[in-house]
Write a protein that binds this ligand. Structure first.
Ligand code: AMP
Length: 111
């Protein structure tokens, strides 16, 4: 997608601090961290909302979560972390390319 900031990051047109990449996803440091550690796991396929998932996209999101779990220790999230997927206006979604926030590196407490 032409004007999507995450598509530009995936293509390498906008720099990012990548900690993982494969053919389906990247994991980067969030540029404005909301916790000591704040990563974004971003599927390379462009779509914005969970409700836009077909079976193939759902499988990609599942593999993103599986990959995140396999990298917990490497990412410094071994003591636990929070997973957030903001959806739409009320969910506070500002980038309309589905992404999974991973927050940790400290005790986050409850909401
Ligand atoms: P959301 O509000 O769920 O759409 O989250 C978008 C996230 O993308 C925010 O936490 C931003 O700080 C983050 N973000 C925006 N631009 C960049 C960028 N160039 N590199 C890394 N993270 C970014």
């Amino acid at each position: 997608m032409e004007n999507c900031i995450f598509c530009k990051i995936i293509k390498g047109d906008i720099p990012s601090k990548r900690v993982y990449e494969d053919e389906e996803m990247i994991i980067i440091h969030d540029v404005a961290p909301k916790a000591k550690l704040h990563y974004l796991c971003i599927p390379k396929t462009h779509f914005a909302l969970l409700k836009e998932m077909d079976d193939e996209r759902a499988a990609i999101v599942a593999r993103c979560l599986q990959k995140v779990s396999s990298l917990e220790e490497t990412l410094g999230l071994g003591e636990g972390y929070r997973v957030i997927i903001n959806q739409g206006k009320n969910g506070g979604q500002t980038v309309h390319h589905l992404h999974i926030h991973l927050l940790g590196g400290e005790e986050l407490g409850d909401f």
